[in-house]
Design a protein around this ligand. Structure first.
Ligand code: ADP
Ligand code: MG
Length: 603
């Protein structure tokens, strides 16, 4: 074939393919136009996953009737006038290509009325050509209807996926914009049914509830609450990020926006994931909605046809800011819940009765130290198994006052043990108040971090049982366990089928050597049943959490001073001492300020 210049409509089709990949890309461009037009209410209607019809209605500025046909010309935009403007883009659109591209590959109807005009305009396009124009009456705003996408491009049409899949892409797109623009009310309708709605309250937390549900939203903490105080000339990071109790198998739930534009940026989502170091198991990812605002001149948005990628002038500074903001929010979100409400909710007369001159004999009966009940295992036996016996011995003979204070770690101040409450809680003094530490939850955290570290090194110690333990399972669990024998082997369990519903356990993680193996295995199998069999990491985490839960010292165990000392030191050394592996707090904190207030020393 000789070289020839392509006819215009073919050029338009080829160019359109860059911008319009699938129905969701049409939704994206039309929604962006509505946002740029200042809309506060945007309604998206689709039929057959957008393949048959996409209609976006907004209450934005509308297009002046004289300019309306021009909006569909190539490189026609009201958002950019000079080359310099390209360096400081404040709108979502700027290329003037979207409407032309969409019109080139579909049938478009545009009904619009500019706010300053008394009547509106209706335009019809087919394959990019204007085929009809008339005056109409309507409220200010714009309705764009796109039908029969790619009808003229059989090759592209073939690449469209099922209605369900295309619908999923549209849902993802609309919810992203709803998260980025909480003050805009979004309504998404599929085949006549409202499938998503945000209310436009302006509150991002409300949109989180709309998108992820109340349960998940309750497990997310605010990032960068003070970001609004930061000057516009610097990097601002804000949004929401999940506590370690809420995680996901991949990075797809890390949603990122740069200057209000959804972006896919592997490095930025890595920065978010990094903030969870040691909080989540390797291979698990958070759920997060993170907005980054940088001065427009600091970012180039013009690097990707669909504008999904951006380039920063100082990428490291942005990544650092994101990671720090998320980490800070997490550590704050996991600080021990303050106890004050408990005290201030006491009836006033009760407080009066206890407060003045409370000698020992006047303490409520159940606050009297009870006689130490003997733990079922001897203390040294139980503690030797968790590897803190050595420290216990070293500190055993010292009195509380003479104890060397541990160096303050990043995450927890050095604590001085005061005693044990209800055989379940360790009372400790910190620099600014009283800490009540749940001994079981704290020990779970200590064991968990130790097991995770060993697991990451591929070095979880395993120990053979002197007498292999036969364990019989319910028939319906046999298959499940057989499927997971390899995974369990990597965690230190050597288990083999023994005929019928019975398995023989030959080795277990060293930590569990004295556990009731049959009971443990039944619990583990029950955990596996609740897990996601497709996600090995999920199953591993469940098993390890179960091991920690079983082996952690229980509530109701009297601890010696040295044992408490050792546990608290181990907890201080943890990366995330404030929550147990299940995400519950390990401690409650009562600040000195609060104590003084309770005693009427502060106003
Ligand atoms: P861009 O958004 O890059 O400017 P588009 O092709 O998406 O290019 O839109 C072309 C122009 O049409 C816009 O610059 C804007 O002036 C106008 N326009 C498009 N959609 C709307 C809308 N929903 N409301 C008001 N004006 C619109
Ligand atoms: Mg646009």
């Amino acid at each position: 074939m000789a070289i020839q210049i392509l006819p215009d409509d073919l050029v338009a089709c080829i160019a359109a393919g860059e911008v319009v990949e699938r129905p969701a890309s049409v939704v994206k461009e039309l929604v962006e136009n509505a946002i740029d037009a200042g809309a506060t209410d945007i309604r998206i209607e689709c039929a057959e996953g957008g393949k048959r019809l996409i209609r976006v209605t907004d209450n934005g500025s509308g297009i002046p009737s004289a300019e309306a046909p021009l909006a569909f010309a190539h490189h026609a935009t009201s958002k950019l006038a000079r080359a310099e403007d390209l360096a400081e883009i404040r709108t979502l659109g700027f290329r003037g290509e979207a409407l032309a591209s969409i019109a080139a590959v579909s049938q478009v109807t545009c009904a619009t009325r500019h706010a300053d005009e008394t009547s509106g305009t209706l335009l019809r396009f087919d394959g990019g050509r204007l085929i009809g124009q008339e005056r109409i009456g309507r409220a200010p705003g714009t309705t764009m209807t796109v039908e029969h996408l790619f009808a003229r491009m059989p090759a592209r049409l073939k690449f469209l996926k099922s209605t369900q899949t295309e619908r999923g892409h549209i849902d993802g797109m609309v919810t992203r914009y709803a998260l980025a623009y909480p003050h805009i009310r979004f309504t998404l309708v599929h085949d006549g049914r409202v499938s998503f709605q945000s209310l436009g309250t302006g509150n991002l937390r409300d949109v989180l509830v709309d998108v992820y549900g109340a349960d998940a939203a309750a497990q997310m903490v605010e990032v960068g609450a003070a970001a609004s105080d930061v000057p516009e000339s610097s990097i601002r990071v804000y949004g929401y990020a999940s506590l370690p109790t809420l995680d996901h198998a991949n990075r797809s739930k890390i949603t990122l926006f740069v200057n209000g534009r959804p972006v896919q940026d592997a490095k930025l989502s890595y920065a978010v994931a990094q903030a969870y170091h040691t909080l989540l198991m390797a291979g698990r990812y958070p759920v997060a909605v993170i907005m980054v605002r940088v001065p427009p001149a600091e970012v180039d948005v013009n690097v990707h046809p669909a504008k999904a990628e951006v380039r920063f002038r100082d990428a490291d500074a942005v990544f650092g800011a994101v990671q720090r903001a998320v980490r800070r929010a997490l550590l704050e979100g996991m600080t021990p819940p303050e106890a004050p409400t408990i005290l201030s909710k006491w009836p006033a007369d009760h407080r009066e009765a206890v407060a003045p001159a409370a000698g020992d004999e006047r303490l409520p009966r159940d606050a009297q130290p009870t006689a130490a009940t003997q733990p079922s295992l001897s203390g040294s036996e139980a503690w030797a198994r968790v590897g803190i016996a050595k420290q216990t011995g070293a500190l055993g003979g010292q009195t509380a006052a003479a104890l060397p204070t541990a160096p303050a770690t990043r995450n927890l101040p050095a604590l001085r043990i005061l005693g044990q409450l209800a055989e379940s809680y360790i009372l400790a003094e910190g620099p600014e108040g009283l800490y009540l530490i749940d001994q079981h939850a704290a020990h779970e955290r200590v064991l968990w971090e130790r097991l995770l570290a060993q697991h990451e090194l591929g070095a979880l110690p395993s120990q053979h049982l002197l007498d292999p333990a036969p364990v019989t399972l319910p028939a319906e669990s046999v298959h499940l366990l057989e499927e997971q024998l390899d995974m369990l082997r990597d965690l230190g369990f050597e288990i083999e089928p023994f005929g019928g519903n019975t398995f023989l356990v030959r080795a277990v993680p060293a930590l569990m050597i004295q556990d009731d193996i049959a009971a443990a295995l039944r619990e583990i199998v029950a955990d596996l049943e609740m897990g996601d069999a497709a996600l090995r990491r999920d199953l591993e985490a469940r098993v390890l959490r179960r091991v920690c839960k079983r082996m952690a010292i229980k509530a109701g165990r009297v601890l010696s001073f040295a044992e408490m000392q050792a546990l608290v030191r181990d907890l201080e050394a943890c990366e995330s001492p404030r929550t147990c592996p299940h995400g519950r707090p390990t401690m409650v904190y009562l600040g000195l300020k609060q104590i003084e207030r309770e005693f009427g020393r502060l106003g």
